[in-house]
Design a protein around this ligand. Structure first.
Ligand code: IMP
Ligand code: MG
Length: 274
C-alpha cells in the first residue's frame, strides 16, 4: 500500500547500517519538515518497502532468487519541488507555506471535470454568462472558462469581504458592478471559496433582483464547517477543512494569489509587522 509516515516508522535503507528511524533518515536526506508528513511511502502491513524517490528497504531489493519484480515510479509534484528548493530561503512565497493542501495538477484536473459537468448541464442556446467574483476567482475563472466547451460570455463583480483579516466580518460591500444586464440571462457565479456563505448569500440576493433566467453558483473550494448562511452551491471543486488557505487566486493581505498550488500559511506570517 501507499501511505504517509507513521509515528515510530523504521526501515533498513539499502546501503545503510541496519535499521534506522524514518524520522532520522529524512533528516539525513535533508528533506524539509514541510514535506515529511506527506512523503509517499510504499509499505506492506509490517514493513516499509520504499521511501519514494529516496531509498528502498534492503529486504525488498531484487536478488538472484527473485521471481517477480514490481516497477513503481514516483513523480514528484512540481510544487513540492519548489517548496523543497525554497525552504529556508528568506523572502520567498514558498517559504511562508506550512503545508500544501492541493497541488496544481489536482486543481487543474478537477477544474476540467467541473467544466465538463457545466457544459453538460447547460446548452449552447442558454448563452451562459460567467460572473467572476474578483479578485479571488481569477485563476479559477480562466481555467474553468477554457474547460467549458460552450459559447459563453464573461463578466466580473467585485465585493469586499475580509479586508486584511482572515475572518468574515459579515459586512459585504459592492465595489464594482457588472457591465452586463443579466435580465433573462443564464448566470453562473464563479467564486474562489465559500466559507461563512455571507458573501455569496448577499451576491445571490442582489443578482436575483435583476431577474436572470437562472442563477447558479460554482465555487472552487468549500469549507462546509463554517457555513452561517444557507446558500446552495451547485458546483464545488473541493471540500476543505476549516483552515485559512492561500494560493491559486486566494490571498492573505493581497499576497500569495500567484502561488501555483493551494496551501496553508505558517502561523508566524500572521504576526509579522510589515
Ligand atoms: P464568506 O463570506 O465567509 O463565505 O467568505 C467568502 C470570501 O472570503 C471568499 O470569496 C474569499 O475571498 C474570502 N475567503 C474565505 N476563506 C478564505 C481563505 O481560506 N483564504 C482566502 N480567502 C478566503
Ligand atoms: Mg472572494
Amino acid at each position: 500500500m501507499l501511505r504517509w509516515r507513521r509515528a515510530g516508522d523504521c526501515f533498513r535503507p539499502v546501503g545503510g547500517r541496519g535499521s534506522r528511524r524514518l524520522q532520522d533518515f529524512f533528516i539525513d536526506q535533508k528533506i524539509p519538515q514541510t514535506l515529511r508528513a506527506a512523503w509517499p511511502i510504499l509499505a506492506t502491513a509490517h514493513h516499509i518497502v520504499w521511501v519514494a524517490g529516496l531509498r528502498p528497504d534492503e529486504r525488498f531489493v531484487p536478488g538472484p532468487t527473485t521471481r517477480h519484480t514490481l516497477r513503481v515510479t514516483f513523480y514528484q509534484h512540481q510544487a513540492a519541488q519548489q517548496l523543497a528548493s525554497q525552504a529556508g530561503r528568506e523572502g520567498t512565497m514558498h517559504n511562508d507555506i506550512e503545508r500544501i493542501l492541493l497541488h496544481q495538477d489536482e486543481i487543474t484536473q478537477r477544474i476540467v471535470e467541473l467544466g465538463t459537468q457545466i457544459a453538460r448541464d447547460y446548452s449552447a442556446e442558454d448563452d451562459l454568462l460567467l460572473v467572476g467574483v474578483l479578485k479571488g476567482c481569477m485563476m479559477f475563472m480562466v481555467n474553468l472558462a477554457i474547460a467549458i466547451d460552450l459559447p459563453l460570455a464573461m463578466d466580473f463583480i467585485a465585493i469586499s469581504s475580509y479586508g486584511q483579516s482572515t475572518e468574515s466580518s459579515g459586512v459585504v460591500r459592492l465595489i464594482k458592478d457588472l457591465d452586463t444586464d443579466i435580465t433573462g440571462r443564464h448566470v453562473l457565479i464563479v467564486e474562489d471559496i465559500i466559507d461563512s456563505g455571507l458573501t455569496l448569500d448577499y451576491l445571490r440576493s442582489q443578482l436575483l433582483r435583476r431577474n436572470p433566467a437562472s442563477l447558479r453558483i460554482c465555487a472552487l473550494l468549500n469549507k462546509p464547517e463554517r457555513r452561517q448562511a444557507d446558500v446552495q452551491v451547485d458546483f464545488i471543486g473541493f471540500d476543505i477543512p476549516n483552515e485559512f488557505v492561500v494560493g491559486y487566486g486566494l490571498d492573505y493581505a493581497e499576497r500569495y494569489r500567484n502561488l501555483p498550488y493551494i496551501g496553508v500559511l505558517k502561523p508566524d506570517v500572521y504576526t509579522r509587522t510589515t
